[in-house]
Write a protein that binds this ligand. Structure first.
Ligand SMILES: C[S@@+](CC[C@H](N)C(=O)[O-])C[C@H]1O[C@@H](n2cnc3c(N)ncnc32)[C@H](O)[C@@H]1O
Length: 248
């Protein structure tokens, strides 16, 4: 995928999903990550596809809560400069240094540079939008790092969403549309296999959104029906499967 074909994500959509994303992320995998960092004085965290900084706002204070006393140096990476500038505008509830850099994750040399020296690599709502060659390249570059960082990819779409009332065929149509644009619902399995092939140990947790009536449900349902090519209709609830993955 060339730089010009990369999708720009709506900042209002990212803001709407942020509170639900924060409460959905796997606490177990965050605990495993924190345990690994317990004796560190300083950690360099690289957030890939950082967008407007949701992961920074969640994970920097969360690591502190989990007893990680290390100074945190964050590097937020995205191809979308406008989203990155939003990330810098929002305060973070933890003492962390924050830098941003514009990189296309399909550019292996640039990726290698930005990942150099990372202790932790994170990505949220990212893997499913990546095409297979970009995800493969990412795992390959991560596997060249010495020492290897811990890698936490969270909130990857897992497919098979359901709504109340049920809309027959919509989930299959939506998942097919996702697969036409990237790894879609196959992403976590694909990336887990790639990590395992390079000798990483991988843990996965299901992290579904369970949405009741809310602006997020309305916005999600609009996007879901459109992508599925199904005429929209009111839904009162939805379960949207996601998955978190920790590789180390
Ligand atoms: C669904 S958004 C998630 C943003 C943020 N992580 C969050 O959870 O709110 C996916 C992000 O990945 C970025 N992205 C997708 N493909 C990329 C690529 N090839 N290179 C750099 N960034 C990319 C997008 O610009 C977008 O900010």
């Amino acid at each position: 995928m060339t730089e010009t074909e990369l999708e720009n994500f709506d900042p209002d959509w990212l803001a709407l999903r942020e509170p639900v994303d924060h409460s959905t992320r796997s606490r177990r995998l965050e605990g495993l990550l924190a345990a690994r960092l317990a004796d560190r004085d300083r950690v360099r965290v690289v957030d890939l596809g950082a967008g407007s900084g949701s992961t920074l706002r969640h994970l920097a204070p969360r690591l502190l809560e989990l007893g990680v006393g290390a100074a945190q140096d964050w590097v937020l990476v995205d191809h979308d400069e406008a989203l990155l500038s939003r990330a810098l505008a929002v305060p973070v509830d933890a003492a962390a240094s924050v830098a941003t850099t514009r990189v296309d994750l399909g550019d292996r040399d640039a990726l290698s540079d930005v990942l150099s020296g990372a202790d932790v690599v994170v990505g949220s709502a990212l893997l499913d939008v990546l095409p297979a060659p970009v995800a493969t390249g990412l795992v390959e570059v991560l596997s060249t790092l010495d020492p290897r960082p811990a890698v936490l990819f969270v909130l990857t779409v897992a497919g098979g969403a359901s709504t109340e009332p049920d809309v027959p065929g919509a989930a299959e149509a939506f998942d097919a549309d996702q697969r036409a644009h990237g790894l879609g619902p196959d992403a976590t399995g694909f990336v887990a296999e790639a990590f395992a092939a390079h000798g990483w140990s991988v843990e996965r947790d299901a992290t579904p959104w369970r949405l009741g009536p809310s602006p997020l449900l309305d916005a999600w349902a609009r996007g879901w029906f459109t992508a599925a090519g199904v005429s929209g209709r009111p839904v009162s609830a939805a379960v949207v499967p996601h998955e978190d993955l920790l590789a180390q």
